[in-house]
Design a protein around this ligand. Structure first.
Ligand code: FES
Length: 193
């Protein structure tokens, strides 16, 4: 390596280090702000929710996550789904709390009878919001302003155990600004499971 190259690499390293210091300095106050109320928890827990051998097609299992009063549907669909896990890529989990005004919605094997497409998903009895479970709970009907959040799942292929390890945005209804992408709000305001 020439002397010029060595100088250039040294300068690049210093710039990268400077950027890390700046970002690190900013990240800490943001994290503190996000954990200022409720329990101070900054990472999602890893919780076993079921064993894949217990799941039956289109028979949802309800589990609370990430807070102890927040229900979610874990369901094995009859066909592969976006972000589905398992051998058939058909196991998904979503918050059961409607993004419109927070009603608990119902899982339906088809949304067609409720004015939506012929896909499995969520139907809210309060004002008719529809969520397509094949497409990451995309809103396909009703007044919901955004999809319900997806629970991030992990499968231990050696045991078949399924774990919840986090949530994808948007945030659960009533956590932080409406449809926020800052999922750290999901950990605020109650007891973590
Ligand atoms: S609360 Fe679900 S559609 Fe209004």
């Amino acid at each position: 390596m020439s002397v010029d190259e060595e100088k250039r690499n040294f300068l690049k390293g210093m710039i990268a280090l400077g950027a890390l210091i700046v970002v690190g300095g900013l990240a800490k106050p943001i994290l503190d702000y996000a954990t200022v109320s409720g329990e101070v928890v900054t990472t999602f827990p890893k919780v076993k929710v079921a064993n894949i051998s217990q799941l039956e097609v289109n028979q949802p299992v309800i589990f609370n996550y990430p807070l102890s009063n927040e229900p979610n549907f874990l369901v094995m669909l009859s066909q592969p789904a976006e972000y589905g896990i398992g051998p058939q890529k058909n196991v998904v989990a979503f918050s059961a709390i409607c993004e419109h005004y927070g009603c608990i919605y119902h899982f339906r094997t088809s949304l067609a009878p409720y004015g939506g497409p012929d896909v499995p998903g969520g139907h809210c009895p309060c004002h008719g919001s529809l969520y397509n479970f094949l497409e990451d709970a995309k809103v396909v009907g009703g007044p919901a302003p955004c999809p319900v959040p997806r629970v991030i799942l992990e499968l231990d292929s050696s045991t078949g155990d399924i774990y919840a390890v986090g949530m994808e945005p948007p945030t659960i209804y009533s956590h932080g600004p409406s449809c926020s992408s800052d999922v750290s709000y999901d950990l605020q305001g109650g007891s973590v499971v």
